[in-house]
Design a protein around this ligand. Structure first.
Ligand code: MG
Ligand code: MG
Length: 260
């Protein structure tokens, strides 16, 4: 069942999603060669708790950390560790927060230091495909319209669209109905209605679309070993056309601009 949210509930999802965006920015500030992924995780957890939130992933199905940090061929669900960030890494960071009974969920992928032009293109196209998906997320359209928008943009650039992992409803649960695949056919799937809150989260591979899970029981990697990217926003379907983006990349991108 798809749970439609009231305006007040949507504001609570926005508050949690804003804490996610600010936690990302805190991490972005110290994301550079030499820092361990454990350290990034600690910074995010402190920020979230200092702002009255609870890390949503920690303990979720037994996941041990606040952030999912997925480097290079890791697509999603990487576990923070003593692994140190290196020049040239492609680092996908996913973060969720619960506050006042409602969740927010957002992911961003960072190039660290000198990356190839192909990596730059992968990140650009993956972020664009997120916004294409959001553009399609309008009342009266269907879930398949979102997937179609994401998939057609990514595949037009020759990239692989992960099938096994999908976006989802967000609210009182981190993962609610409906599933929001990053592939699909126009005009298919559940109809989008005002009050639906969903996480749209393209996971796009530079090479083939196939993925596998590592023996740690969490980390998803590309089978061809090529890098992958992941961007995610939590959005609300509105009655006025375009979706309301509840999470934000603004603070992250301000940090990145000041680093250059
Ligand atoms: Mg997420
Ligand atoms: Mg998500």
């Amino acid at each position: 069942m798809i749970y439609l949210k009231s305006a007040e509930e949507i504001e609570l999802v926005r508050q949690s999603s804003l804490i996610v965006g600010m936690a990302h920015a805190e991490v972005a500030k110290i994301l550079e060669p030499g820092v361990s992924t454990e350290k990034l995780d600690k910074i995010a957890e402190e920020y979230i708790r200092d702002n009255g939130g609870v890390p949503a992933f920690k303990g979720y199905n037994g996941f041990p950390a606040t952030l999912c940090i997925s480097i290079n061929e890791a697509v999603v669900h990487g576990i923070p560790s003593a692994r140190v960030i290196e020049d040239g890494d492609v680092v996908s960071i996913d973060c969720g927060v619960k506050k006042n009974g409602f969740f927010g969920d957002s992911a961003y992928t960072y190039p660290v230091g000198n990356v190839t032009d192909e990596v730059v293109k992968l990140l650009e196209v993956t972020k664009e495909s997120l916004y294409k998906g959001i553009e399609a997320a309008r009342s009266g359209k269907r879930i398949g319209d979102i997937g179609h928008a994401v998939q057609s943009h990514a595949e037009a650039h020759g990239f692989g669209v992960v099938r096994e992992l999908v976006g989802h409803g967000v609210g009182k649960e981190l993962h609610e109905s409906p599933e929001v695949p990053n592939y699909g056919r126009r005009g298919t799937g559940a109809k989008l209605k005002p009050g639906m809150v969903i996480a749209i989260e393209p996971m796009i591979n530079m090479g083939r679309k196939e993925v596998k899970q590592l023996a740690d029981g969490w980390t998803i990697v590309t089978t061809d070993g090529k890098p992958s990217a992941h961007y995610e926003h939590t959005v609300a379907i509105t009655d006025r056309g375009e979706a309301d983006i509840l999470s934000t990349f603004e603070a992250i991108e301000e940090v990145l601009m000041n680093k250059v």
